[in-house]
Write a protein that binds this ligand. Structure first.
Ligand SMILES: Cc1cc2nc3c(=O)[nH]c(=O)nc-3n(C[C@H](O)[C@H](O)[C@H](O)COP(=O)(O)O)c2cc1C
Length: 555
């Protein structure tokens, strides 16, 4: 329980209970029930972590790079191309001239979104980092490119191999689709993540999809292109188009789950795409290749992940296509190119707990960048459901303490009513909706809540992303996944904004769910914290050697 005026105190043994009556009434359908059960069961608690493997054999880690044997390979042109647009220029994407749609530029899109950014080496261990982050660096997300008929590549479905920067042609369409475009599809190999994280892994896969979507947006914007989420598609549709429903092409337990499909708009005025026509092409096309084994022993099985994936699968829907009005509140002063910022993004492993406070202007800019009215959210047509509760440790001109950033004005009163009565909810900025809740040194609490990780306390600030939970998923259980995607998207913005401000961020998937709720005063499932994040001055681990992203392709 939080006690004022002293610092917040955590009850280390307390177990949070559902309020009476529960927020979701007994009328909830079976799928929602499965999703809620999964969510509650995979909470980390101070007294025990969610179910995961008892031991991990690191030599048995699933292969991070999926390959399909038996496909034609398209080698993409060289990596590492620098483009002129500045990171600050991405605030106004309409000012960035669109690059022509060529194989080189489609390859650059894939590289900047999902490609390798570096290799790290420590003694005999060597591991790749990518432009998109991933919980535990396990990378469950797979990316596909669909060409409907462009002169630089045959029409069909291609799997992107980030290690080789190449495309494997999984399907060749018999003819071109009338509208010539490229699409990007994303899927998840849940097992790759569950190998390390057990039952909680489904959540992390969804975060990673949100990050990957954000990474795709920034990559496209850098090329002067934009992404359009084809949100009406069902998971079955996506599976059919990407070939994921061809179960014989995958090893048992190593199949991929469909997540989303985006159209890449490379020029203005494109005509709508008909789902049925694309699906017909995938159905009548010639498929080749079988997924190689991910080469790991399936010692532990987590059937609840398949259960929740099924319960949270998305049907075909009608979705708003009208984007929310855009408004850029605080300009970025970053003078680096967008390609440099994207490639230098890393997770901080440690922060300098003694840093001088971070400039308030940078803090405000970072928060302004996650508001739904910025360019980074231009493809997200839904009202925001995720709000930030921020532990400020070291920010110039701000008292250390707890602050809130409701990302939707309509949520303000609900959040105020659901949190502790002691919070003062004083708006402290005329420019962004930032509210002071409580002053005090919250470093111990921030660290404890984030699974005792010092990255949550040694930073300039760390935060919890709180979802409007039960109202959102009550009748539409698949929105559970979209809540995590929204968190991942916010996380991706924070990662890049931190780099642009000369500091660094880290996503935090490990936190004690109900202790966070208890500290904030939540008494039921109306709001749930779904992701944490931290930003500050990083400490480099000098023992690690950094090697070029694609040096291995040049030898
Ligand atoms: C969803 C998600 C959760 C994460 N959780 C943690 C965490 O709890 N603690 C941590 O130190 N890093 C965490 N990370 C950072 C990852 O370990 C990091 O992204 C990964 O090692 C790849 O490194 P990179 O981000 O530098 O490319 C998380 C990242 C993501 C995307």
């Amino acid at each position: 329980m939080l006690i004022l005026p002293g610092p917040p105190v955590l009850q280390s043994t307390s177990r949070w209970k559902m309020a009476d009556p529960p927020c979701i009434e007994v009328v909830m359908n079976k799928q929602t029930e499965t999703v809620i059960n999964y969510h509650n069961r995979t909470k980390h608690r101070l007294e025990r972590y969610a179910k995961g493997p008892d031991s991990i054999d690191w030599d048995d880690q699933p292969d991070q790079f999926r390959r399909f044997s038996g496909c034609d390979i398209v080698t993409l042109p060289k990596t590492g191309t620098e483009l002129e647009p500045l990171f600050a220029g991405l605030d106004n994407p309409e000012t960035i001239p669109a690059k022509p749609l060529t194989l080189a530029n489609a390859g650059l899109l894939l590289e900047l979104a999902f490609g390798l950014s570096a290799w790290k080496q420590f003694g005999p261990s060597r591991w790749a980092l990518r432009c998109n982050p991933s919980s535990g660096n396990l990378h469950p997300t797979e990316a596909y490119l669909i060409s409907t008929g462009n002169d630089f590549i045959k029409s069909g479905v291609y799997h992107y191999v980030s290690h080789d920067h190449s495309l494997e042609q999984r399907c060749q369409f018999t003819d071109n689709v009338p509208e010539s475009v490229i699409l990007i599809g994303l899927s998840s190999v849940h097992w790759r993540e569950a190998w390390k994280y057990g039952e909680r892994a489904f959540r992390y896969c969804q975060h990673d999809i949100g990050h990957a979507l954000g990474a795709l947006h920034y990559a496209a914007a850098t090329l002067g292109w934009s992404i359009q989420l084809l949100a009406e598609w069902s998971d079955d549709d996506i599976a059919k188009l990407l070939g994921l429903a061809r179960s014989d092409d995958f090893k048992p337990l190593e199949h991929e789950f469909p997540d989303l499909i985006c159209r890449i708009n490379t020029q203005a005025g494109s005509k709508p795409l008909d789902i049925r026509i694309l699906l017909e092409h995938a159905q009548t096309g010639t498929w080749s290749g079988k997924a190689d084994s991910l080469r790991a022993y399936h010692l532990y099985k987590w059937p609840i992940i398949d259960e929740v994936a099924f319960a949270a699968s998305k049907p075909r829907t009608e979705e708003p296509d009208k984007p929310i009005a855009r408004q850029h509140i605080i300009k970025s002063s970053c003078a680096k190119t967008a390609t440099a910022i994207i490639r230098q993004r890393r997770s901080a492993q440690q922060f300098d707990g003694r840093m001088t406070p971070m400039p308030q202007t940078d803090f405000y800019r970072m928060l302004a960048a996650v508001l739904p009215t910025t360019a980074a959210s231009e493809f997200w047509p839904w009202p925001p459901k995720i709000h930030l509760f921020i532990f400020v440790h070291r920010v110039e001109g701000l008292a250390p303490g707890l602050y809130a950033l409701p990302r939707d004005q309509n949520a303000l009163e609900k959040l105020r009513a659901a949190t502790l009565a002691e919070f003062d909810w004083q708006k402290i900025s005329q420019v962004i909706p930032l509210y002071h809740l409580y002053s005090g040194d919250c470093r111990v609490q921030a660290k404890t809540l984030s699974c005792h990780q010092p990255i949550a306390s040694d930073s300039a600030f760390s935060l919890g992303m709180v979802a409007e939970f039960c109202e959102t998923i009550e009748t539409t259980p698949w929105l559970y996944r979209r809540l995590f995607w929204e968190c991942g998207l916010i996380g991706q913005v924070l990662y890049l904004e931190a780099e642009a401000a000369g500091i660094r961020g880290t996503g935090i998937g490990c936190y004690f769910d109900d202790s966070v709720h208890e500290l904030l005063g939540f008494k039921d499932e109306q709001f749930q914290s779904l992701y944490h994040f931290t930003v500050g001055k990083p400490l480099e681990d000098k023992r690690l050697e950094t090697l070029p992203a694609y040096g291995h392709l040049k030898t």
